[in-house]
Design a binder for this molecule. Sequence first.
Ligand code: NDP
Length: 249
Amino acid sequence: YGGPVTNPSDTPATTPSAVLVTGGNRGIGLAIARAFAEAGDDVVITHRSGEPPEGLRGVQCDVTDSASVDEAFTRAEELLGRPVDVLVANAGITKDGLLMRMSDEDFDAVVDTNLAGAFRCARRASKSMIKARAGRIILVSSVVGLYGSPGQTNYAASKSALVGLARSITRELGGRGITANVVAPGFIETEMTEQLPEDRRKSYLAGIPSGRFATPQEVAGVVRFLAGPDAAYISGAVIPVDGGLGMGH
Ligand code: NDP
């Protein structure tokens, strides 16, 4: 299908989006928030502790707590002056350990933050998106979600489940102008990967066809694309940003 033929000069200039990035105070979330802000969008980040980073507006939020998520959205809507139309569910944690020794607490904490946290944010965001008949939900997963990783049963399970979440949102709300997609980064230069032991780092690099880790900005660019007008017909997709590491999954 070739799609309707339009004259580029008929295309209206894009209006700024109202963007909420969870866990936008550092790492990949911060790079995503800055990329939107630099492009002229109205951005609010959530931070669990401390202060928002310089130049960005922030609201406190613990994604494991539904009341905190609700309050954060309400406060973000006040700061933005309108409802959130782009949600980037980025907040995430790891609590690695071998299956045999993994505690219930470590399994639950990771699923509660990475999966249920994204669900709580998407549920809250969907209310105004449904009314507006427009919205973009972008869930930050990981290559590990579908590739698997020893010592990360909790993390991989939480991240692969985001695919089911995005695809169900797509089937439920696709007709209301809402898209939901998953971005699956590979290894990114952040505090999370800085903690990797040197031998693991080397063996990971050996398995990445691109031969390097990515920058947080490379993830941010893909997230911005999914929030933009050129991605209006992409929904329920898993977009890898992994240098080819997870190819074929
Ligand atoms: P960081 O550890 O640098 O940052 C994690 C962010 O999540 C922080 O802002 C943190 O807040 C926030 N967060 C954690 N728990 C909660 C919570 N309960 N409520 C609210 N916010 C919370 O991680 P990265 O930037 O490396 O990762 C960002 C996302 O990308 C994660 O979902 C991660 O799984 C994913 N990812 C990362 C990869 C990598 O190589 N780094 C690769 C693939 C995916 P606080 O500062 O308060 O702790």
